[in-house]
Design a protein around this ligand. Structure first.
Ligand code: FAD
Length: 442
């Protein structure tokens, strides 16, 4: 216990809603300050959107493809702090864009200059546009402007039609034209060609993080959904429901920190006033959908294939075992077929069988010669609120950490804008929240 930590009150007990990277980092940092913490998580495992599943006992793979960038210094530091730095591997796997039925490498200045779907002059304009965004220190300078208009104006109409338009449409559907330029700045500015991965899966990091929270005395309540938060005699009462059934339980805390999307926090806390809801229970988010195939052979030569082909029903193909070796997975070749869609899209209610029936024939567009008999096994994962729709007016609706309900704080991945959501930015946000709590402690 660190009684001399500025702003720390060893008597303070916080409930943290969500055991993704954000909630666990908040929990860890509060415990390091000597405070009491209970973390509630609806799922049986830590890790949230970055959590894994076991292909076989002890062999983890993420439900949704994940890697790190060199610029992800907050999460890298945390991985190292937990003693897993030696498991971080950095590689430069191949990224390609499928355009006109041909996969073109597009992951470096050299490959951009050789990118044949665009005339040379457009390749140069695209390169200059990327260089300008890389050089700009802050996306805030671009606030209020739209990505699509800027790309067409600076990089050229063809660069938009061939490269960026299909990516924006794949990720944001009909709202692609409304996406903000600061977000696009983040996508370009924050990314490195080298990608990092925790050998053995990010789940090892999340298990270690949850283990450290427990060692420091934190309570971790897995398979427990929070169903309500309300004021209770100067404190806050949290009602929760275990997945196993049985009655709901209530506990009282000095603080509640919700890492859930603001929309869900608003549903849990009916005392949040109408004006707060009007401003912050706002905007759209898409869900994520991934099919993972286990194949008996490699499929493409690339790790990452952007599928710029409207005849193919997935927007990205990520061949994980062109990044981490198939040998690490018992010789299995593992391929993700990913989509972001509105949360009421029929894809989210389709059975795995129905989805495979639609997706497998389309694979031949991406990997000529593909045969369904190469597939040994498949899994399907879905998650709501996985991609905030960052339209031009998004920034005005991002809530601060404080809410009008005393003791209730919100910190969620919807606040990391203009950066794209990512594990790193959730860790950074958690650390900023801790500083905020220390500064404003009574
Ligand atoms: C397809 C896809 C690919 C991605 N790729 C990358 C990548 O390559 N690199 C990268 O760094 N990031 C990537 N991300 C983003 C990354 O996963 C997220 O930014 C990060 O995991 C967010 O963590 P979080 O803790 O902020 O939120 P979450 O992970 O969403 O955590 C919130 C937690 O709250 C829990 N919860 C919700 N409601 C309740 C309730 N009522 N009671 C209790 N618990 C509740 C949820 O189960 C969840 O565990 C990707 C995301 C997706 C969807």
């Amino acid at each position: 216990m660190k009684e001399d930590t500025p702003g720390a009150d060893p008597g303070t007990r916080s409930a943290v809603l969500g055991a993704g990277v954000l909630g666990l980092t908040v929990g860890l940092r509060l415990l390091e300050r000597g405070e009491g913490v209970t973390v509630y998580e609806q799922h049986p495992l830590p890790g949230g959107l970055a959590a894994g599943f076991e292909i076989e006992p002890g062999l983890w793979l993420e439900k949704f493809y994940h890697h790190l960038f060199r610029s992800d210094r907050h999460v890298i530091r945390l991985i190292q702090q937990l003693g897993l730095g030696g498991r971080l591997e950095w590689k430069r796997p191949l990224t390609v864009t499928l355009s006109g039925g041909i996969a073109h490498q597009l992951d470096s200045a050299g490959s951009l200059l050789r990118f044949r779907p665009l005339p040379v002059v457009d390749r140069l304009r695209l390169a200059l546009g990327l260089a300008a965004l890389k050089a700009l220190p802050s996306g805030r300078l671009l606030e209020g402007r739209g990505a699509a208009d800027w790309i067409r104006g600076v990089m050229g109409r063809r660069a938009y039609e061939v490269v960026w338009g299909p990516l924006l449409k794949g990720k944001f559907g009909d709202l692609a034209e409304q996406i903000s330029l600061p977000w696009f700045w983040g996508r370009v500015h924050d990314r490195s060609a080298q990608l990092g991965y925790v050998r053995g899966g990010f789940q090892l990091f999340y298990n270690a993080l949850a283990g450290r929270v427990r060692e420091l005395g934190g309570d971790l309540c897995f398979s427990t959904s929070v169903t309500g938060v309300k004021a209770a005699a100067g404190k806050l009462s949290v009602t929760s429901q275990p997945a196993a059934g049985g009655g709901s339980a209530s506990a009282t805390f000095d603080r509640v920190i919700s890492t859930l999307p603001t929309r869900l926090t608003c549903r849990l806390a009916p005392e949040l006033p109408a004006a707060y809801r009007e401003r912050h229970d706002w905007g759209l988010a898409f869900g994520a959908h991934c099919v993972i195939l286990e194949l008996d052979r490699p499929l493409t030569g690339a790790y990452w294939t952007n599928v710029n082909d409207s005849a193919v029903p997935f927007m990205v193909l990520v061949e994980h075992t062109n990044y981490m070796p198939a040998a690490a997975y018992g010789g299995r070749h593992l391929v993700y077929l990913g989509n972001y869609r509105p949360m009421d899209d029929p894809l989210f209610i389709a059975s795995q069988e129905e989805v495979l029936k639609a997706f497998l024939p389309a694979l031949a567009h991406v990997a000529p010669g593909f045969e369904a008999s190469w597939v040994r096994r498949a899994w399907m994962f879905k998650a709501p609120f996985a991609q905030p729709i960052v339209t031009r007016d998004y920034a005005a609706h991002i809530p601060g950490f404080d809410t009008p309900l005393p003791g209730l704080f919100v910190a969620n991945m919807f606040q990391v804008y203009p950066h794209d959501r990512g594990q790193n930015y959730s860790v950074e946000l958690a650390e900023r929240l801790i500083e905020h709590l220390a500064r404003t402690a009574r």
